[in-house]
Design a protein around this ligand. Structure first.
Ligand SMILES: C[S@@+](CC[C@H](N)C(=O)[O-])C[C@H]1O[C@@H](n2cnc3c(N)ncnc32)[C@H](O)[C@@H]1O
Length: 304
């Protein structure tokens, strides 16, 4: 199946990374493969691309799309199903000591929103799973488990902290009341609970009333804050001297983590900031792809 994902800040990432022919590029978030494909176009026959995703669908698509490129050139392409928090293990497995360019394009691809079947979208009636991994194990936390078994206070805390939702208390109370009648199984059931526990005017605002709660559940299920924090450190460790890392974030919590980590590296004189202010999409990009509107790109270079 072809991707429906529109790559965000494509030229800004590729130009900002200044990829050279013989380099090793790590794309930590393959998704629809847009950034990887553009990186491949910059690499020569001695170059190497390592691309990761927790979602098998992304890898299956890339295996088909990149086959031709691999056949024509002798660029080494390694595709791995992995959480990016394990990027060090993937590199070790392939005996790659250092990488020269790293891309993190955080969050979800449009393919996942439209067709993962794991409940990322409040516009589709799907089971409440929300794991980035396409094959979660029994032990993996799911959105269903949170809404049906966490206590009200903890549900409120995550909706407030990760969703920055002003009706967090009302929504958490509504979830707990609803589950006393029967377990909450699907996205549409959750949307109804959110709607019936928030003021009517809120249902006609700029964003859908379930946006913030869904974001909070997804961030919790995937431990996005914890995973991003350790992964940035691992990525910086893996970077060769003079190597560059680009990170696109889509909300303020994520961007804050990236900003402070890069600032810390700069202050320790371990890296320089390629862009002082985050790069954001042009008006034309936002018009063509409204999903890009909250994107922020930060790039650093490791000091020799
Ligand atoms: C925004 S999309 C990337 C789109 C891609 N850059 C493109 O141009 O098509 C983000 C991808 O990262 C994956 N992802 C998110 N968090 C992840 C994690 N912790 N480990 C591995 N993959 C992750 C998602 O499954 C999704 O496919």
């Amino acid at each position: 199946m072809n991707t429906v994902h529109k790559t965000v800040l494509l030229h800004e990432v590729i130009d900002g990374l200044a990829i050279k022919e013989d380099e090793t590029v790590l794309d930590a978030t393959l998704g629809g493969g847009g950034h990887s494909k553009a990186a491949l176009a910059r690499l020569g026959h001695t170059g190497k691309l390592v691309a990761l995703d927790a979602d098998n669908a992304a890898l299956e698509r890339a295996e088909v799309t990149f086959k031709e490129v691999a056949k024509k050139s002798s660029i080494k392409i390694i595709l791995e199903k992995s959480n990016f928090k394990d990027l060090d293990k993937v590199l070790e497995k392939h005996e790659i000591k250092k990488v020269d360019r790293i891309i993190f394009d955080l969050g979800l691809s449009t393919d996942e929103i439209e067709s993962s079947g794991r409940g990322f979208s409040f516009r589709r009636d799907e089971p409440l799973i929300m794991t980035f991994s396409s094959d979660p194990t029994e032990e993996d936390l799911t959105a269903r488990e949170i809404v049906n078994s966490w206590d009200q206070e903890n549900i409120e805390t995550i909706i407030k902290a990760y969703g920055e939702e002003r009706y967090a208390r009302k929504i958490a109370a509504g979830i707990v009341r609803a589950r006393e009648i029967r377990p909450i199984e699907t996205t549409f059931e959750l949307v109804e609970i959110i709607k019936s526990n928030t003021p009517r005017a809120y249902h006609f605002g700029r964003i859908h009333p379930a946006t913030r709660t869904f974001q909070a559940l997804r961030m919790t299920v995937n431990d996005e804050v914890g995973v991003l924090t350790v992964s940035l450190e691992k990525a910086f460790e893996a970077l060769s001297p003079g190597g560059r890392m680009a990170v696109i974030s889509f909300h303020s919590i994520e961007d804050r983590i990236v900003k402070f980590y890069f600032k810390k590296l700069k202050e320790a004189e371990r890296a320089i900031l390629i862009n002082k202010k985050p790069i954001i999409p042009t008006d034309a990009e936002v018009e063509n792809n409204p999903k890009s509107r909250s994107a922020k790109l930060r790039i650093i270079e490791k000091i020799n």
